[in-house]
Every structure is written in C-alpha cells, then in structure tokens.
Design a protein around this ligand. Structure first.
Ligand code: CA
Length: 226
C-alpha cells in the first residue's frame, strides 16, 4: 500500500485529540487513540500502525521516552511528533529518540495529513526490517522467528504465512490471499493452507500459552496480540 491507512494518535489534550481524530476518520483513516504515554506505548506494541502521531508532553510517559522505547523494541513505525514549542532543543531531542518529523502546535489539519503521508512514504518499512507483534519477532532477511527469545523452526510455507500475517497485523488475510502468497496464482488449495497454519500454530502459539494467530471463520486468518 502506498498510502497510510492506520494512525495511532497519542495525545492527552482531549479537544486536540478529538479534532484530529474526526478529521482523519473523515479522510478515511482508521484511528486508534491513547490519552497517555503508557497507553500509547501499549497500543504501539500491539498493532502495526502505518504512522504514529505522538504528542511530546504526555502524562505517565512522555513522548520522547515513548519514542525511544519504541525504537529499542525494534518498532520502525514512522513517528510524527507534535509539540507546543518550537525550540531547536526539542527538535533535536525528538530526532535523537527516533522521531521522523515534527509539527508545532497549532497546525492546520491539512498540514498534519500532508506530514503523515510524507513520513509514511519516507519511512516505508524496508521489506527486510524485522516484524514484531507482542513477544513474537520475525526477520524476513534471515527467515528466523523467535518468541520470548526462543528460536522457532519454520518451513518455507510457514515462514511465508507468518510474514504475511505479521506484516498485515491486525488485519484479516483471506484464505485465497495466503494461498497466493505461498503457492502463487496457480497452485495451492485451502486444505493445504489449513495444514500449514495448523503446524504454524503448533510452533508459534502452543508452546507460549497465548495464541496470536486467529481464525476468522469462513474468511481467513489474522495475527494479533490482545
Ligand atoms: Ca500534551
């Protein structure tokens, strides 16, 4: 996808958050909102958002700390930081902690959207960047998966399925989309897919107590942390 569709908005000022949320939803974005830094951090780790719009001054965990912790956990989601002040110091600290761009309040909502699109395009996650959902990591360049730090052995088909599900988390992928990803346009069938997903769950979910791979009856699968 070339355009960002999902935004995590971390902003404690209710009126500003409501304005941004309304505007982005009307423009077709799926918006999740968190009103403090810790809730924002939890949401950022739970889903693969296209862009995070992050206020600098937040209760519980400020925007700079959130950004640093996000980067420490290997999340590359582009971050657009919002601040009330335009001091060079804030800007430098923001970039040092991994923010991708900066917008000073007050701003026009159209400008916000333009910046969201720009950081998304610039920050398009490289195809080889590790994917992380909860405690599960998958590195497409090495085809290695780990959960809770333990290595997980995967077959080629399993790694393709896991890659697709993690890349699109928490969206549902249809059976057909996964079949095409594994076998191309010509091959594969639902029974073979179900077998691979069954084995994948045995490797990725069963030893770890918490299931991440979910069946969506009659449609497909998705991967999400609660
Ligand atoms: Ca604030």
């Amino acid at each position: 996808m070339n355009e960002p569709r999902s935004v995590l908005l971390v902003e404690d000022q209710h009126d500003i958050a409501a304005n941004i949320w309304d505007f982005l939803e009307r423009r077709g974005y799926r918006v999740d909102h968190a009103a403090d830094g810790e809730a924002g951090m939890a949401a950022a780790l739970r889903g693969n958002f296209d862009v995070i719009v992050l206020d600098l001054g937040l209760p519980r965990l400020d925007g700079l700390d959130l950004c640093r912790r996000l980067r420490e956990s290997d999340r590359r989601t582009p971050v657009l930081m919002l601040t009330a002040r335009d001091t060079l110091d804030d800007k430098l600290r923001g970039f040092a902690e991994g923010a991708d761009d900066y917008l000073v309040k007050p701003f026009a909502l159209a400008e916000l959207e333009a910046r969201i699109r720009a950081v998304y395009r610039r920050g398009r996650i490289s195809p080889d960047a590790p994917l992380v959902v909860g405690d599960l990591r998958y590195n497409p360049s090495t085809l290695r998966a780990t959960r809770q730090g333990r290595d997980i052995e995967l077959t080629r088909a399993q790694s393709v399925i896991l890659h697709q599900l993690m890349q699109h988390s928490p969206q549902v992928l249809t059976h057909q989309a996964l079949i095409t990803a594994v076998w191309g346009e010509e091959g594969g069938d639902p029974a073979a897919l179900h077998t691979h997903v069954y084995e994948l769950r045995k490797a990725v979910d069963r030893p770890f107590g918490e299931a991440l791979i979910r069946s969506v009856h009659g449609i497909g699968y998705r991967l999400e942390k609660d």
